[in-house]
Design a protein around this ligand. Structure first.
Ligand code: SUG
Length: 440
């Protein structure tokens, strides 16, 4: 077993961050629809979170924002002429579509891909499958550009395998790592991969959309070459989805040997835990931390985003640290639960709060903002270095954000063709700083 690190690749929040109200079943997105956003503050908050983890001694990467507006979507919808003409026509004839074309949703990097570290795969390579995000129109346009980004970062085919998204059909609906948890003795040891799905392919469900199918999860496990006896598929509970848990990472998070979850997260909790124990037999002893509905009602868990936290093994600390959003501290039941949990002797020893409010208002907490990629030292060295963060690079990115991003944006502002140029210039400057100008 070689030394491995959990590298957090955070989505760098793009200049068109706005509150579009586009995600049915995501209560924060619906309730803040049409509000004025602050893209500059959003991106600075995200970069400060990265700085925090860097200073704690963790390895931090970044994924640049995707090109916005996405003109391919506008062309596909029949708009033509110059860029400015397309934007003006879409603004008057199809404003919903223009919002989708402008969405900065790639910031939620947990939905960029599903990742299996090389310790788990049959060919010993690190596998990444871009998520098709087929359930929501504004997210379904991410994957071609996500694949291009991943290929630019994980280019070395001897070590990395980047897979295209699954077919764009409801039977293959896939939302990436937000519905995937990897558990093991340590980051570098062989692990167990848990895939959480909301419905079977072909099954129609009432209520809020279930965005992940079992077929999608199974397909990824197969193409990543995961050992069937080390892989678990569990169904997310309908109660959780209908309460607003549009991804499993809104009601559970796991790292190393610990699974932290809400009592109502899974359809068959005992069976799921038993399957995880069996899959981890001989590898690790599962530690499960269940949050009872009586202590934290699921509505509070979703409002506060208690579980949409990063569960981190910090250098020098023997217990795990939960990096939770400020909203968890501000919600009484979750704050009390955190106090109780950390004074006990369980696997989570500390909770730290972080301000990602701009993203939270669209339903994205600390965990949504990052894609975890467990990498060996050699794999880190083989990846594109321009996206690996140090403080100087964070400073440089923040300078670009301060210079090029607006501090007020309402969905109506998207109608101004001049804004498209602003977005392009901002992205070009960011890509240059990350030595990724090939993506322009
Ligand atoms: O897919 N919100 C995202 C939030 C994604 C959170 N990710 C994880 N849980 N991993 C979504 O619903 C809202 C965009 C808007 O309405 O403008 C949005 O796409």
């Amino acid at each position: 077993m070689s030394t491995a690190f959990e590298v957090n690749f955070d989505g760098l929040i793009g200049p068109s961050h706005n509150y579009g109200g586009m995600s049915e079943g995501n209560l924060a997105s619906a309730s803040n629809s049409g509000e004025v956003s602050n893209p500059r503050e959003a991106a600075l908050q995200g970069l400060e979170k990265m700085r925090l983890l860097l200073r704690a001694g963790l390895v931090q990467g970044v994924l640049p924002p995707l090109p916005r507006p996405n003109y391919d979507l506008l062309v596909a919808a029949g708009f033509g002429g110059s860029d400015a003409q397309m934007i003006e026509a879409a603004a008057s004839q199809a404003p919903q579509l223009l919002k989708a074309a402008y969405s900065a949703s790639s910031m939620w990097a947990a939905n960029a891909a599903t990742v299996s570290p090389s310790a788990d795969t049959s060919d010993g390579r690190l596998h990444l499958t871009a998520a098709n995000l087929s359930t929501m129109l504004h997210r379904s346009i991410e994957h071609p550009d996500t694949v291009a980004t991943l290929l630019a970062i994980f280019e070395n085919e001897d070590r990395f395998a980047v897979h295209a998204a699954l077919p764009m059909h409801a039977d293959f609906a896939d939302e990436g790592a937000a519905n995937h948890v990897r558990l093991g003795e340590s980051h570098g040891s062989e692990g167990v991969e848990l895939f959480v799905y909301g419905r079977e392919s072909g099954e129609s469900t009432a209520g809020f959309p279930a965005r992940q199918t079992k077929l999608a999860s199974e397909s990824i496990a197969r193409s990543h070459g995961l050992a069937p006896q080390r892989t678990v598929f569990a169904r997310q509970s309908r109660a959780a989805i209908d309460a607003g848990a549009f991804h499993n990472d809104v009601v559970s998070v796991g790292s190393t040997d610990t699974l932290f979850y809400h009592e109502l997260a899974f359809e068959r909790t005992d069976e799921t835990l038993e399957a995880l124990r069996k899959a981890g037999d001989g590898l690790f002893d599962l530690k499960s931390v269940m949050v009872p509905q009586a202590d934290v009602p699921i509505e509070d868990a979703i409002r506060s985003y208690l579980f949409n936290s990063q569960l981190l093994q910090m250098p020098g600390e023997d217990r795990l640290v939960l990096l939770a959003p400020l909203e968890t501290e501000e919600t009484e039941s979750t704050r009390r639960f955190c106090e109780k949990m950390t004074t006990g002797n369980g696997p989570i020893g500390r909770v730290q709060f972080v301000d990602v409010r701009q993203s939270m208002r669209n339903g994205g907490g600390p965990a949504c903002l990052r894609l975890r990629v467990v990498m060996t030292e050699d794999e880190i060295a083989a990846a594109h270095q321009g996206v690996m963060m140090d403080e100087a690079k964070i400073d440089a990115l923040q300078d670009i954000v301060r210079r090029t991003y607006r501090d007020r944006l309402s969905p109506a502002d998207l109608a101004d063709p001049a804004f498209a140029n602003e977005c392009q210039l901002a992205r070009e400057a960011l890509l240059e700083a990350l030595e990724l100008s090939g993506l322009i």
